[in-house]
Write a protein that binds this ligand. Structure first.
Ligand code: SF4
Length: 581
């Protein structure tokens, strides 16, 4: 694929879009913003669209987008000498001041390396020169554990874009050269410059310390940057509409950030505290503006119903003529009024996450609902006319026994009975679709020290689940392979030594087994080891706000099968995690 073909493709994309920003480059900080996956996937990512808006909202910044080319074009582009160009002005990425990445998923790490190579840049920061763009990696995964990506980044932006973009611009405006710039950002909240730290390892391979290099001004730990309140902030919402995305021309909007429940495995729950609702009036105003381009609204929030005005928001969106797709709904917040509004908007499926089948195990993980409440919610869901139910479960949880797996089957059967009760006589029955994933212990949660359950045991549980769930009419279970979760765990829990495996997997087309063998990365060490005695964990370089003793006490309470707090606890969240700017 030559430069001319790339430009043609970019122009074709722009011809179908509404809302992209076109600015002249002269006198501005030029930012090429990458989503490390295809256009089709990236344009449905609200975080990516938001960072694009935040950069371009600054008069002094011009931000243009770049994506991974489709598979059919990728090999040809890598072989050609044509450098990767941006969508808006079709300028080579390596001519920009900043090459920024918004990374949401571990599986996209190899694509970060591919995009750097396509831009004709060395993937490793240590091999790039002062003439190259400054590579800034941000996005949800980086403020949970940035270390596997650290060798590729000049700067890791840890936290929420709204708090990070202005500081980055200020540093660029005042810096005299690249070194000065890195020193300046390193002292700002939320910016981590990996090259400013030596990582000292103990003899057992664990990390002993991150040691800031003298003269760099780098702090001992980098505090995550977050908004204290969202009162005066525009909610993240789709600003560029195109039909060529995973979710079509759907208007996506974040209604409320965070979740008050604090499930012990959930990195999103812990890391987006405190719960902050976006202003209702702005949500509705943005929706009104978007209505001419879209008749479908996707409400992106991990706990949608934590918004105090959710019923009013749903009512007005339905009145505007939107059909509404909520993300997964928290069971304890479902009300007949909310269900009625979603049903009126045309939704036929509700997604809920019981996580496990027994009340006992739900107490272990601090999912504060019971089977009785789940069944009552299902009654309400099917009584409201919903046809299908989507369920999320996990296996490999601490203290789990075979009884808990059987309980998943029993709960699903009871849910099916509820569905049949309401749908009998209507001619057509709906479906219950279950998704079962092995637990990947996540950094920044009460399970951050926990080893992942070993392959053999997970494999047996997967087989057992398949047997338990087979042959139940109208129930379909999708059970993820343990190997898939194992490599995801490696990328979640690893440190910068894992970068070598990322590079190898990028070269060999995603064969992780071969990549790990070739680079001799000890994947079992990162995934299956009890980390509770480690002095420093790879992600400790970022201070997310919650303290180790809190996570440890949460873990211990889980073993005692105790819930932590009642479900509605926004005030308690704020006390746990005061975010200062
Ligand atoms: S209810 Fe859902 S979003 Fe909230 S903490 Fe639990 S798993 Fe996370």
């Amino acid at each position: 694929m030559n430069a001319w073909q790339q430009r043609e493709r970019a122009r074709n994309i722009l011809s179908k879009e509404v809302g992209y920003v076109s600015k002249t480059h002269g006198g501005r900080l030029r930012v090429a913003l990458a989503f490390p996956n295809t256009y089709f996937v990236g344009m449905s990512n609200l975080g990516f669209q938001t960072v694009y808006r935040l950069f371009n909202a600054q008069e002094d910044i011009v931000c243009e987008r770049v994506f991974l080319p489709p598979k059919t074009e990728l090999a040809a582009l890598l072989e050609s000498r044509a450098p990767l160009v941006t969508i808006e002005s079709q300028t080579p990425v390596n001519e920009f001041d900043v090459f920024a990445f918004s990374v949401s998923f571990e599986w996209d790490y190899t694509n970060v390396v591919t995009l750097l190579r396509l831009a004709r840049l060395e993937p490793r920061a240590s091999e790039r020169t002062h003439r190259d763009p400054v590579v800034v990696i941000g996005g949800a995964v980086t403020f949970v554990n940035p270390e596997p990506l650290a060798p590729f980044a000049d700067v890791i932006a840890a936290g929420e874009g709204e708090a990070l973009v202005p500081s980055l611009l200020d540093a660029f405006k005042t810096a005299s050269d690249r070194e000065d710039l890195l020193r300046r950002v390193a002292t700002e909240r939320g910016f981590y410059v990996p090259a400013f730290y030596d990582v000292r390892h103990a003899s057992d391979g664990s990390i002993e310390a991150f040691v800031p290099r003298p003269g760099t001004g780098a702090p001992p730990v980098v505090k995550k940057a977050a908004l204290k309140t969202t009162d005066a902030v525009d909610p993240p919402a789709t600003t560029i509409f195109t039909p060529d995305t995973e979710l079509g021309s759907r208007f996506l909007v974040e209604v409320v950030r965070g979740c008050a429940n604090l499930c012990r495995f959930c990195w999103a729950g812990y890391n987006y505290l405190p719960v902050r609702a976006f202003p209702k009036d702005r949500i509705l105003q943005l929706a009104e503006n978007a209505r001419q381009y879209s008749n479908r609204a996707g409400l992106v929030s991990i706990a949608l119903c934590d918004h105090p005005d959710i019923e009013e928001i749903l009512t007005k969106l339905v009145d505007m003529g939107f059909s509404i797709s909520p993300a997964s709904l928290r069971l304890d917040d479902l009300t007949p009024a909310i269900l009625e509004l979603l049903r009126r908007s045309g939704e036929r499926t509700i997604t809920i996450a019981p996580e496990t089948g027994s009340d006992r195990l739900r107490r272990v993980i601090n999912k504060t609902v019971t089977n009785d409440e789940i069944l009552a919610a299902a009654d309400m869901i099917f009584a409201s006319g919903f046809e299908n139910l989507k369920l999320y479960f996990m296996i490999g949880l601490p203290t789990e026994t075979d009884d808990d797996l059987v309980a998943i089957r029993d709960l699903t059967r009871h849910l099916r009975e509820a569905m049949l009760r309401h749908q009998r006589g209507r001619g057509q029955l709906g479906r219950i679709v279950g998704s079962v994933n092995p637990l990947v212990p996540k950094p920044g949660t009460a399970y951050q020290w926990l080893p992942m359950e070993d392959d053999r045991s997970i494999e047996l549980k997967i087989r057992r689940m398949r047997t338990l769930m087979s042959g139940v009419d109208n129930v379909y279970f999708n059970i993820k392979s343990e190997r898939h979760s194992f490599y995801q765990a490696l990328l979640s829990l690893g440190d910068r030594r894992v970068a070598a495996a990322i590079e190898a997997a990028e070269r060999n087309g995603g064969n992780w087994r071969a990549a790990v063998a070739e680079t001799r990365v000890d994947a079992d060490f990162f995934v299956f080891r009890d980390r509770s005695r480690d002095r420093v964990l790879p992600w400790d370089i970022i201070d997310g706000g919650l303290k180790d003793h809190f996570f440890r006490s949460e873990f211990d309470k889980g073993l005692r099968e105790e819930w932590t707090l009642p479900a509605k606890r926004q005030k308690e969240n704020e006390r746990l995690l005061p975010i200062l700017r």
